[in-house]
Design a protein around this ligand. Structure first.
Ligand SMILES: Cc1cc2nc3c(=O)[nH]c(=O)nc-3n(C[C@H](O)[C@H](O)[C@H](O)COP(=O)(O)O)c2cc1C
Length: 417
């Protein structure tokens, strides 16, 4: 029997080399993009395949108006999907350039014999990365791994370890934020909308087992979340998780859409590195969602830019069941993602995931009449991001030789095989 939670993560990369059609190749790359993390697993992205590459745009029908009123996490999630797309593209022999737009980007793709090695190295981590909310071992990260992790954190001016001396203070902010957020009925209602029973066939949202809730109880999870303020208990346990983590990492960035997309790209790069090092991670963003506590966190970390995300890292048994994903077909549109084409009256269904599905279906069947998003097609003076050359040691994927086969068939150099 098919398992909607497992299937998207089981990709046979060899299939790519059988594909000759450029559009189908890009669709294949999107199978990796949709595995990116997103707040509440809303997967708030839409894609359009073009001759130049792939447009990535925000899907505002998937906003979290209470938990993420400013669409910060939404834009960060878009950035995470962009990183997955670029990593997969590099692995399959494409050079990628990101052209940022107001609330999305065009990821321009070009075949190359010298794809970015630093991106290539992260490929195998895409299907292994999972947010792990369990308690981590209390042991520290081993020195060699810590060295590599510190190297990656230091490489970006958006990431910072929280100093061990500030750990207790950060943990206290997490606990206070839990009290504030979970006391808010609207916040709980919104969260409950995205919590699913473990065997749900929904392709978005978070199953109860992501929070350690076993099968039969998970069916009641949305009810519990909606009706009970568990801030006290949650606060205490999150505080301990923060205090005992091997490390706490903050991702910072300005609050404008492009900066947030970049923060998301940085986040996913970090998560893929963490995963490839055999380290587990989870989010403790709560203080960032409460403006007063976000300011306190900022003054604690003393970074030039405000905090966007707070992560704990450490060792733990890996996640056993992945979270579900929507299919590439469900998030790919052939009509322009131009904001001007979006009817102003577009409704943002909020209270039922059923409505959300209907909306998407209607949108697709009406062809050009309605896409949610937003990407402007303006291409003038784009801001570009290219990846710095590698400082990682390479560990090659055995499948890489397949690429050589394909390139030979096409009469191209095999120097990267
Ligand atoms: C921007 C962003 C914010 C997130 N915030 C939280 C959070 O506050 N708490 C949490 O437990 N998980 C958080 N997550 C993790 C998502 O819930 C997770 O990515 C999603 O459920 C999909 O699961 P996966 O990461 O295992 O694929 C966040 C993820 C992103 C990208």
């Amino acid at each position: 029997m098919s398992d909607p939670r497992r299937e998207p993560w089981l990709i046979d990369e060899a299939e790519f080399y059988e594909i000759e059609d450029s559009r189908a190749q890009k669709e294949f790359l999107l199978r990796y993009a949709v595995l990116a993390p997103s707040g509440h697993n809303t997967q708030p992205w839409s894609f359009r395949i073009t001759d130049e590459g792939i447009e990535v745009a925000a899907d505002y029908t998937r906003r979290l108006p209470i938990a993420d009123a400013g669409d910060r996490e939404l834009m960060i999630s878009i950035g995470a999907a962009i990183t997955n797309l670029r990593v997969a593209a590099a692995h399959f022999g494409f050079e990628s350039t990101v052209l940022y737009e107001d609330d999305g980007a065009l990821v321009a793709l070009r075949e190359t014999c010298k794809p970015d090695e630093q991106l290539c190295q992260l490929f195998s981590a895409i299907t292994k990365r999972h947010t792990n909310r369990t308690e981590f071992d209390r042991r520290g990260i081993d020195p060699e791994t810590l060295d590599r992790l510190c190297g990656v954190v230091d490489e970006s001016d958006l990431t910072r370890f929280i100093a061990p001396t500030d750990r207790a203070r950060a943990a206290e902010l997490v606990e206070r934020a839990d009290h504030v957020l979970l006391a808010d009925e609207k916040w709980r209602n919104e969260l409950a909308e995205w919590v699913r029973p473990n065997e749900s066939d929904e392709t978005d949202g978070m199953n109860g087992d992501a929070f350690g809730i076993p099968g039969p109880l998970a069916a009641f999870a949305p009810f519990l979340v909606r009706n009970f303020d568990l801030g006290e208990a949650r606060g205490k346990s999150d505080r301990l998780l923060a205090e005992h983590a091997a490390g706490l990492i903050v991702i910072t960035g300005d609050d404008d859409p492009t900066a947030l997309i970049r923060a998301g790209e940085t986040l996913e790069r970090l998560l893929l590195v963490v995963t490839s090092l055999g380290v587990q991670y989870a989010f403790l963003n709560q203080p960032v969602q409460v403006p007063a506590l976000r300011r306190e966190l900022w003054s604690l970390i003393r970074t030039p830019k405000p905090p966007q995300l707070l992560l704990r890292v450490g060792y733990a048994p890996p996640v056993r069941r992945a979270m579900p994903r929507r299919t590439v077909a469900a998030v790919t549109f052939s009509a322009s993602l131009h904001r001007d084409h979006v009817p102003q009256q577009i409704v943002q269904p909020r209270n039922a995931s059923r409505d959300r599905r209907c909306c998407r279906t209607d949108v697709r069947s009406e062809g050009a009449h309605f896409v949610i998003p937003t990407l402007r097609t303006r291409r003038a003076s784009p801001r570009t991001s290219s990846t710095p050359r590698t400082t990682y040691r390479s560990w090659r994927n055995p499948r890489r030789s397949l690429r050589g086969t394909r390139r030979t068939r096409r009469g191209m150099s095999t120097s990267r095989a």
